[in-house]
Design a protein around this ligand. Structure first.
Ligand code: NAD
Length: 342
């Protein structure tokens, strides 16, 4: 490959199973001659241990330089501890759109032919995490409060992104998912902007609306009615784990965080501490995220080659990791995927 065609990109191995799946994915990317020239950077607990900061300034500077990152999962302490680095990265780089496609790969599952995309607003809602305790009596933590917010600007931007995606990718319908019957302002504003944007696409893309709880039920009873779903931050987070479950679980669920000046690609799943360091993790989610990254830089040709290898290996059933009911290791699956590349 000639050097002038390389594309600088930041590579964050991350925590838990992160380094194992990042190793697998970069091997497969190398095998197809992907154009990325990696700048390795630290994030999460790995960074905290090495540098004293969970998000070192070198990592931020690298992403600012490259505008492109592939990221392993990062551990976030539950309850106290440092703020989620994922959330910090989204805010630092204005990564307003979280795109999470769900497609059936494993045949014979409970749900065949699933092919939908969730667009999750990535900067606002309850992820603003403006939380406080209010003391009562002797208990300083007697009451906990959390305030979310949505802005007209971001609601408009995420819905518009979903409609534009639908037009470009020949998708038929966008569903606005909300809870405006209860959170009348917080998600009412989202619905109001959503309807406004939808009008501009009349005749090109259908629109409908669902309350989030009904949507969750329908995603389990009749997921095929959905094509593109656009929703607020927390609902999108929860629904996209649900849709991952429809097609075989978190081992097959990629995500992209898109902003004006940077894009960060990752698996939907976390650092899976229960299987970290055991060569058991399924690297496919991160590999599918790398495919989204290839498409983002105009190399759909390479993404298609990798997609075909994934389909071939997983459909044959001979080499599957534990999450898909198999016994293969991460390295077994990596070798099989490399061999299946044409
Ligand atoms: P998790 O997604 O890490 O794990 C949930 C379950 O799915 C576990 O049983 C795990 O073994 C399994 N699993 C996940 N990915 C897998 C894979 N690739 N192959 C096989 N099995 C897999 O969720 P969690 O345990 O709730 O979170 C662990 C940590 O990850 C937390 O600190 C959380 O904050 C963080 N997290 C990070 C991200 C991110 O970096 N984008 C996303 C979600 C959670």
């Amino acid at each position: 490959m000639s050097t002038e065609k390389t594309i600088p990109a930041t590579l964050i191995p991350g925590d838990g199973i992160g380094p194992e799946i990042v190793q697998s994915v970069t091997e497969i990317l190398d095998a197809v001659g992907a154009p990325f020239k990696w700048e390795k950077a630290l994030g999460g607990v790995a960074a905290l241990d090495a540098t004293g900061s969970p998000l070192p300034k070198e990592t931020i500077e690298s992403i600012r330089r490259t505008g492109l990152a592939l990221k392993g999962p990062l551990t976030t302490p539950v309850g106290g501890g440092f703020k989620s680095i994922n959330v910090t990265l989204r805010q630092e780089f204005g990564l307003f759109a979280n795109v999470r496609p769900t497609k059936t790969i494993v045949p014979g599952g409970r749900f065949e032919n699933i092919n939908l995309v969730i667009f999750r607003e990535n900067l606002e809602g309850y992820y603003a995490a403006m939380e406080n305790y209010i003391p009562y009596g002797d208990d300083p933590h007697a009451i906990a409060t959390s305030a979310g917010y949505t802005t007209r600007k971001e609601c408009n931007r995420i819905v518009r992104y979903a409609f534009e995606y639908a037009v470009k990718n020949n998708r038929k319908r966008v569903t606005l998912v909300h809870k405006a019957n209860i959170l009348k302002l917080l998600t009412g504003l989202f619905l109001e902007e959503g309807r406004k944007v939808a009008k501009e696409y009349e005749g090109r893309v259908e629109v409908n609306e669902r309350i989030v709880d009904a949507c969750a039920m329908q995603l389990v009873t009749d997921p095929w009615q959905y094509d593109c779903i656009v929703t607020t931050n927390l609902f999108g987070d929860i629904l996209s784990d649900l849709t991952a479950g429809l097609v075989g679980g978190l081992g097959l669920a990629p995500g992209a965080n898109i902003g004006e000046k940077a894009a960060v690609f990752e698996a939907v799943h976390g650092s899976a501490p229960d299987i970290a360091g055991q060569n058991k993790a399924n690297p496919t989610s991160l590999l599918l995220a790398a495919n989204m990254m290839l498409a983002h830089v105009g190399r759909q040709d390479l993404a298609t080659r990798i997609d075909k290898a994934i389909e071939k290996v997983i459909t044959s059933g001979a080499v599957r990791t534990g999450d898909l009911g198999g016994k293969a290791s991460t390295t077994d699956l990596t070798a099989a995927l490399k061999q299946a590349l044409v």
